[in-house]
Design a protein around this ligand. Sequence first.
Ligand code: 5AD
Ligand code: SF4
Length: 464
Amino acid sequence: MNETRFNSEYTERCRDYFKTEYPQGATFFIQNEGCQMNSLQTETVAGMALQMGLTETTEEQNASVVIYNTCTVRENANQKIYGHLGGLKSIKRKNPGLKIVLFGCMMQEHHVIEKIRKDYPFVDVVFGTHNIHKFPELFYRSLMGNSQIIDIWEDSDEIVEGLPTARKYSFKTGVNIMFGCNNFCSYCIVPYVRGREKSREPVSILRELETLAAQGVSEVMLLGQNVNSYGKTLDIPVSFAELLKEAEKVEGIRRIRFMTSHPKDLSDELIRVMAESKKICHHLHLPMQSGSSRILQKMNRRYDKARYLDLVDKIRTAVPDISLTTDIIVGFPGETEEDFLDTLDVVRKSGFDTAFTFIYSKRTGTPAAKMDDQIPQEVIRDRFDRLLSLVQETGRSRSARFTGTVQEVLVEEENREKGLLTGRTEHNLLVHFPGDPSLIGTYVPVQLDTCKGFYYFGTVKRGS
Ligand code: 5AD
Ligand code: SF4
């Protein structure tokens, strides 16, 4: 069956329904939780909602349809959704015509679906991560009946191409190059909720890049849970480095970013391509998770402390001005003070520009959830605070290295403070500077005058 055609048939039916039933116009409110991969799927569902005849609103209270794309990487993401649902229950009491839609990672968990069935019967439509193209059909079925529609797929071996999208920016966007994850890091729920790794065909990706460039997009972020293993499962295998080389040839694309890289798969070829490229931004997100070889093994990360430090060395030698960012988990089961000191040691030696620090969260169904030695909260809190002050100190001094230099900035938006614009350098540093809103979407040379820790104030420097 042609899934995309099927989707457009129900899109039409929804559109007709809204035209007849809501002559004054129906609206949708959509909220994204979680990572950039989720944001892209949120934009796709928003694109479908627009085609279904809804217009977007930022006022949840008055929307005809409320949609949440959910995350479940840590327990607090789930708690946040349950909190929102409490609020939505009272909105729906006042407005019984309200339609509530939940989708995404959290919906892939059996215990969540049981809870929604039992405790949240006022939720109208639920789907997961594998069938977002079914949104118009599921929504239409809900419009035609009153019962809760739940459709969750365990996995899928197909990637549906050509879905609509409502992009936040006209000049930059993410592009999915693969879905799912095969790594099964022992703490992580992602492989269970996003399924097995599937790469898009290079031609589909390159065609999308060409279309985006023709539409005025100049910066792209290639996205996958582990982009370094891109292409391994294709009929004709292609490496990520090869894909990057092809992407670089697309005219009109000026900046290429990618996320996320797994250290175990970061190849010398990729480092070489980065070093030689004119378009690949000098920013690498390389999650280390822990600095202790013993904990890394328990995490099933398949590299150790020495290999991580060695990689950092190699990258810094090949691309000396690289901005390096990372993810770190504190309080993994069995983590001793000595293990934690190894983490601090790697942070000191690696000089991260930014490190995202997380408190270990027990995810039901993962191997780590069954491990003995879960760490007491007060020990975790203490380690977390010590780590945070170190990464902030390192980050601040790393960011300051650009003070006084002129960097090319892609202008993204007007700042809340009037007269100021906000943009990013290739190193992903945020810069605020005085300028006219007509510059949004363009590249401007900006002198970075004052470093404020993680962002700069600057001034435009033409002709430099
Ligand atoms: N607890 C805490 N942090 C986690 N992450 C993934 N799973 C967990 C968990 N169970 C973090 C990892 C990953 C980032 C996206 O989220 O650091 O790189
Ligand atoms: Fe989770 Fe590890 Fe896959 Fe990243 S690579 S999504 S941390 S299992």
